[in-house]
Design a protein around this ligand. Structure first.
Ligand SMILES: Nc1ncnc2c1ncn2[C@@H]1O[C@H](COP(=O)(O)OP(=O)(O)OP(=O)(O)O)[C@@H](O)[C@H]1O
Ligand SMILES: [Mg+2]
Length: 235
């Protein structure tokens, strides 16, 4: 089995005196498509941030792949944000931090916008895009960084059904390009369509970590089974 891109061992995060993540053991291996599910406040966003290294662990360890090239990780947040600038400038911004030349930035950003079907909108102020377009732009911004690991926090929340499908197709396309994906989602149909492994999170703990098929058809710990029952019908 190939070495994990990122691994948490006993990962614990305490925020404001509350244990938000409680001794999480999670290894994310290349090519996996992992879904995090669970109720509001369960700890999914915090877990994604901990995998990224954006939130320091109070206890436990976070390790990343040991190869010389540390894994490139990009995250798409629950609410896409746009700077008060053109869509193109918004995509180029992350590349600036990578130290790329202006010409390279332009080329990579335009390619990323083509990937998500927004090349024709490149010069529009980013903030005038619709919610679905902004979500696609956020994916383009992440994709432009050529990540090995893409962390997606409810990537289709608040999108209409057709925009949802478009974003799902993009995510599936990125996964097909070999990008490892960890995503949180409240949409179990989406979890079924996009993931191969499901983690059920409750009060900061991972109570089930199973193959997607097992999650929907197999025997689960009581809490996870109750959650699933409460969510049905879920398509
Ligand atoms: N900076 C913080 N200080 C204190 N508590 C926090 C902080 N950030 C998150 N929390 C708490 O941690 C818990 C987990 O939050 P988190 O955002 O990870 O949940 P979630 O599973 O992503 O929920 P949702 O489905 O609503 O997005 C919540 O109870 C939240 O209030
Ligand atoms: Mg969240």
């Amino acid at each position: 089995m190939s070495a994990p891109l990122v691994e948490l061992r006993g990962g614990t995060v305490v925020l404001g005196g509350r244990t938000v993540l409680d001794r999480i053991d999670l290894a994310v291996r290349p090519g996996e498509r992992i879904a995090l599910v669970g109720a509001n406040g369960a700890g999914k966003t915090t877990l994604l941030r901990a995998l990224h290294g954006l939130v320091p662990l109070t206890a436990g360890l976070r390790t990343i792949a040991a190869d010389a090239d540390a894994p490139r990780i990009a995250m798409v947040f629950q609410r896409p944000f746009m700077l008060r600038d053109s869509l193109l400038a918004n995509i180029e911004l992350g590349l600036r931090l990578q130290g790329r030349s202006a010409a390279e930035r332009r080329e990579i950003a335009m390619h990323a916008l083509e990937q998500v079907g927004l090349a024709a909108q490149a010069q529009r102020p980013g903030r005038t895009l619709s919610g679905g377009q902004q979500q696609r732009a956020a994916l383009a911004r992440a994709w432009a960084l050529k990540p090995q690991l893409l962390l997606l926090d409810e990537p289709t929340a608040s999108l209409d059904p057709s925009a949802k499908r478009e974003v799902e197709d993009l995510i599936a396309g990125f996964a097909a390009q070999g990008i490892t994906v960890v995503m949180s989602s409240h949409n179990l149909g989406q979890v079924k369509r996009l993931s191969c492994r499901v983690l059920y999170v409750e009060t900061g703990r991972v109570l089930a970590d199973v193959a997607t098929d097992h999650f929907f058809h197999g025997t689960l710990p009581a809490e996870a089974a109750l959650f699933l029952k409460g969510e049905l019908p879920w398509v």
